[in-house]
Design a protein around this ligand. Structure first.
Ligand code: ADP
Ligand code: MG
Length: 698
């Protein structure tokens, strides 16, 4: 294999390829579109399309696709070949600017939450030139946004780009007030750390629950789980190492900056983190990473599980969204600066984030809400469903000193007057010790830790960008009108700290006492489940903010709320149906067969010697019989509960029925089945156990 720099990005139509294959004029014009959002004229589009096609064909591509991210949460593509008939009976390879810019997938089957009646099936995809095109297999993939013909966003990329624009606009206003006239734009960047599990394909195939739902719906606790903490950062097994090696190669070819890999806490759990990049590209790359993870796994006889909670009783998988904002000149606005002025600016951006997270706790919670993630948030492994911010002792002390106008030990001057004193440098070590906080400051970025492993990172970043844009707008409105900039700035920062310090929590987020304090003393929100939080997407304050910044229209929000609840309901219903089927058709018959054999052996023994008590067999058969009765009963009750869902008035009502009834019955059915597993001889059990799955990859 060539050296990494030699093949890195070889499947990407990136800046290097553009420079080499476009005329200087076309290149400049495209660059202007990419960097400044300038409109692209059709002549340039034609030239780019031809160069793209020639490059793609030279690299083995025969097809192209507009690659987009519908609201299903995964990516979608419809392939068209480049061929076009030539008069002599042959074909030529063709691709026009028009085809590059706009596509029309038959979109009737994508969820739209009522935005696009299915008879009006037409939606269109529009090229996003800020994210590079790439080759996957034999197809040139063109990153696009997906909209309905009346202009409604039907995807996750459109609102993400809008939220980035909102943040850009408001952040620039603030920078100008601090005398920065040179920055052209401000962008948010993200580095998402991705967790996943690997199991063998052979075992996976034997588990309908894994195949249909991505998680195990049954499974007794194995004798050994993660209690020894011996997997975390442990030696990587050869088969996993081979997988990671190929995964890295595939990602590097696609220009994805895969950087860090290690074993995670649970057996069979691993993590991959890329180097951070601009948010919309990071989002595209994360979607691609998840796809490639699964593809490469298949080549190694493995299956990559991206579900948030594939196994009960061991850690689930999340995704840490490391987020910061920076200017095009490379200034990280969340990094404490060298001069007092920079420090005041840093504190203002810091306050903007604190205020945003407090004011829009609900939106952040909503942005990570799925049926899968409900199993994690609030359990003893992931941050709670309560949103709070960790700042670290040092920064916390600085904010306290500002709030109370008292001396701060780290600063030489006796009083913290903003814009006068130099703040101490915060190094990573002092800020990054808390792993239990949902939203932690880590030196020059925030780490939002509530995302589920299978979530698209788009939603979280849409809300984060928008909420911070709103704080900045409020600040800019005031500062632009201020007579005395410095005094107003001081007041605003102090007021933010006073008003929002309730959201700051530096203790252990996994502690039960914290939930009590958060909800009872501090009045923070605690939306435990998806049905609890999702309807709040449509609360007036949220709709007002998101529409004011042009991120969503009201209709788009209504449709998204509907789709998210629908996803939740469908997911759980599929799980429940899978459980009923496995319980009735696999588990109960297996337990029954075992009980019958035990009974038979007791009868045989008695035939030999009537005086034998056969207490073991009798007791076991009795227990198993009680359990099979219970399994049958609970499976029936669950089926009835599923039928009752048809009576729900609307999707919200259905989601409450699921939360309050269906999930409980699923738990009860599982309990009876798992107990049977512990009593049934292994050779009777119809599928691989937790021990097999978790320790099966050598
Ligand atoms: P940890 O496991 O301690 O959380 P890692 O180094 O594994 O840290 O991951 C940190 C992630 O944060 C990486 O993806 C990294 O590229 C990203 N990151 C670093 N600096 C920034 C920044 N300024 N903005 C956004 N992400 C960043
Ligand atoms: Mg992390």
């Amino acid at each position: 294999m060539e050296s990494v720099p030699a093949y890195f990005g070889c499947l990407v139509f990136d800046d290097r390829v553009m420079k080499a294959n476009l005329s200087a004029e076309v290149y400049q014009s495209l660059k202007k579109t990419i960097d400044e959002g300038a409109k692209l004229d059709i002549g340039v589009a034609n030239a780019v399309a031809t160069a793209m096609k020639d490059w793609a064909v030279a690299n083995g591509a025969t097809h192209y696709t507009h690659w987009f991210q519908p609201l299903t949460g995964i990516t979608a593509e419809k392939h068209d070949s480049f061929i076009s008939p030539s008069p002599d009976g042959g074909v030529i390879m063709e691709f026009s600017g028009k085809e590059l810019i706009k596509g029309e997938p038959d979109a009737s089957s994508f969820p739209s939450g009522g935005l696009r009646a299915t008879f009006e099936a037409r939606g269109y995809t529009a090229w996003d030139p800020t994210s590079y095109a790439f080759i996957k297999g034999k197809t040139l993939c063109i990153p696009t946004a997906f909209c309905s013909y009346d202009g409604y966003a039907l995807d996750k990329k459109t609102p993400l780009l809008r939220s980035m624009e909102a943040l850009n606009k408001q952040a620039l206003r603030i920078l100008r007030l601090f005398g920065n006239d040179t920055a052209k734009c401000v962008r948010s960047s993200v580095g998402p750390e991705q967790e996943y599990f690997l199991v063998t394909k052979e075992m996976y195939d034997q588990r309908p629950d894994l195949r249909f739902t991505g998680r195990t719906l049954f499974g007794a606790k194995p004798p050994k789980g993660q209690e020894m903490d011996d997997h975390y950062f442990g030696v990587i097994k050869p088969r996993v190492a081979a997988y990671m090696e190929e995964l890295n190669e595939e990602l590097w070819k696609l220009g994805i900056l895969a950087k860090t890999e290690h074993n995670e806490v649970a057996p069979a759990q691993h993590e991959l983190a890329p180097i951070y990049t601009t948010t919309n590209i990071a989002t595209d790359h994360n979607q691609l990473t998840m796809e490639i993870m699964q593809k490469v796994a298949a080549k190694h006889g493995l299956v990559c599980l991206l579900h948030e909670k594939p196994f009960a009783g061991v850690n689930g998988s999340g995704k840490h969204n490391n987020w910061s904002i920076a200017t095009d000149e490379g200034q990280n606005l969340l990094s404490p600066g060298e001069t007092p002025y920079e420090n005041a600016q840093f504190l203002l951006f810091l306050c903007a984030v604190i205020k945003a997270v407090d004011d829009y706790q609900d939106l952040l919670r909503i942005s990570v809400a799925t049926a899968g993630n409900d199993h994690r948030l609030g359990a003893n492994e992931a941050p709670p469903a309560v949103v709070s911010i960790f700042l670290g002792d040092e920064l916390n002390a600085v904010l306290e000193a500002i709030e109370t106008d008292t001396p701060y030990k780290g600063v030489e001057k006796t009083q913290m007057k903003l814009g006068v004193d130099v703040l101490p440098k915060f190094n990573r070590d002092t800020t990054d010790r808390n792993r239990t906080s949902p939203f932690a400051f880590t030196g020059n970025k925030f780490e939002f830790r509530m995302l589920g492993s299978s979530n698209s990172i788009a939603c979280a970043n849409i809300m984060l960008n928008s909420a911070v844009a709103e704080s900045l707008r409020i600040y800019a409105d005031r500062l632009e009108k201020a007579e005395d900039f410095k005094t107003t700035l001081n007041e605003m920062i102090r007021k933010t700290i006073k008003d929002h310090k309730n959201i700051i929590f530096n203790g252990n987020g996994y502690d039960d006492s914290w939930i009590k304090e958060a909800t009872e003393k501090r009045g923070l929100l605690n939306y435990r489940t998806t049905p609890d939080c999702m309807p709040h997407l449509l609360d007036k304050k949220n709709v007002d903010m998101l529409t004011a910044h042009g991120v969503y229209s009201k209709a788009e929000l209504e449709s998204r709320c509907e789709i998210m609840l629908e996803n939740y309901c469908k997911t759980v219903v599929i799980e429940a149906n899978t459980m009923v089927s496995m319980a009735k058709r696999q588990i109960a018959p297996a337990v029954e067969a075992y009980a019958a054999d035990v009974a038979k052996s007791a009868a045989a023994k008695k035939a030999l010697d009537q005086t034998l008590a056969c207490g073991y067999e009798t007791g076991l058969v009795r227990k198993l019989s009680v359990l099979t009765d219970r399994i049958a009963l609970k499976a029936d009750e669950l089926q009835d509960a599923l039928l009752a869902l048809h009576n729900a008035e609307d999707i919200e009502a259905e989601s409450y029925m699921i939360r309050d009834t269906v999930l409980n019955l699923m738990g009860e059915l599982r309990l009876a089945c798992d107990e049977s597993e512990t009593l049934t001889a292994k050779k009777y059990w119809p599928f691989p156990t937790y021990a097999d799955l978790l320790f099966g990859v050598k």
